[in-house]
Design a protein around this ligand. Structure first.
Ligand code: PRT
Ligand code: ZN
Length: 285
């Protein structure tokens, strides 16, 4: 059986979380430093370590079968690949920014102005949609210094905490797109390789579902069971076990973390106590 070739960023913001995802899927491999390739002994997969910008192209050409890349890079290069999974890490946004002291009302600010970016295609599509015509100045790095050196009046760059903008005297004024890591796949995978991808996606779903949900255990008086069960629907329905103390039960359930925090006061009002919230490693619905 031929291995599924997976393109991963060699070193950068996506690398660690990409590899961690495969580890969480139970896929074991040796990742020796500075290697260009690695393969797994317990899953038919082989890793190619590449620059992130090259990943969509390699997947399109079939040099790699699938790859992990920022949605921003995928959208910019517009390669003919399939986005098969949103992975939830490396979240960031592509934003427009201008010098802090500028007055900014809306995107028409940029009419006739110069904007420096490493994402000319995404930016052009955004400005076209807004009916704004601006000069796009494509540079490959250190975009945030462009206004300071007189190269452009604004920039369009990746922002995460915002501290890079701030330390360069800039302010974020509009979001062009939100981004996260995505898995992309070649459009003509053999059925053999598609099968491996399906197995991989099954495992990834189990890992991601696990991260989004918590296992909740709590104690409650029996007369409040109905209320509590309605607040903790669980995968099918909660498990209810009697406590040694008469009139009390232990309730176990699985709940989306956001729902849990939204319901915590109601659970306590209903008499829940001794509440434990436990992480889930894998979850298969
Ligand atoms: O060498 P190679 O070409 O492979 O890597 P790279 O340097 O092109 O990419 P890398 O590793 O910096 O980023 C890979 C991907 O991570 C990006 O394509 C995004 O999808 C995602 N990502 C998430 C980020 C950030 N957060 C991020 N903060 N990419 C870049 N940044 C940079 C940004 O360009 C700016 O310089 O960080 C700075 C802003 O960060 P804050 O926190 O100060 O706002
Ligand atoms: Zn890059």
């Amino acid at each position: 059986m031929s291995n599924l070739k997976v393109a991963i960023q060699k070193s950068g913001r996506l690398s660690e979380d990409s590899l961690k995802l495969f580890e969480e899927c139970g896929i074991k491999f040796n990742n020796g430093a500075k290697k260009l390739k690695a393969h797994s002994h317990n899953f038919p997969i082989e890793f190619l370590f590449l620059r992130d910008d090259d990943i969509p192209g390699y997947v399109e050409d079939g040099i790699a079968d699938i790859g992990i890349v920022g949605q921003n890079v995928q959208d910019e290069y517009q390669k003919e690949v399939e986005v098969i999974k949103y992975l939830g890490f490396s979240k960031c946004r592509l934003s427009l920014a201008v010098p802090r002291e500028e007055e900014y009302k809306d995107v028409t600010y940029f009419e006739g102005k110069n904007i420096a970016t490493s994402y000319p295609n995404i930016l052009k599509a955004f400005l076209d949609e807004k009916g704004v015509s601006a000069e796009i100045h494509t540079i490959s790095g250190s975009v945030e210094i462009a206004p300071g050196i007189g190269l452009a009046e604004g920039i369009c760059d990746i922002v995460s905490s915002g501290s890079t903008l701030m330390s360069n005297g800039l302010k974020e004024v509009d979001t062009v797109m939100k981004s996260e890591a995505v898995m992309v796949a070649n459009k003509e995978l053999t059925s053999e390789k598609q099968k491996i991808v399906d197995q991989l996606i099954f495992r990834i779903n189990a890992v991601l579902e696990g991260k989004n949900n918590k296992y909740v255990l709590l104690n409650a008086p029996n007369d409040s069971l109905d209320t509590i069960i309605s607040l903790l629907p669980g995968m099918r329905s909660p498990t209810v076990l009697p406590l040694a103390q008469d009139g009390w039960s232990s309730i176990h359930s699985v709940i989306n973390e956001d729902d849990f925090w939204g319901n915590i006061e109601k659970l306590r009002e209903a008499g829940a106590e001794g509440i434990l919230v436990v992480p889930i490693e894998k979850m298969i619905k």
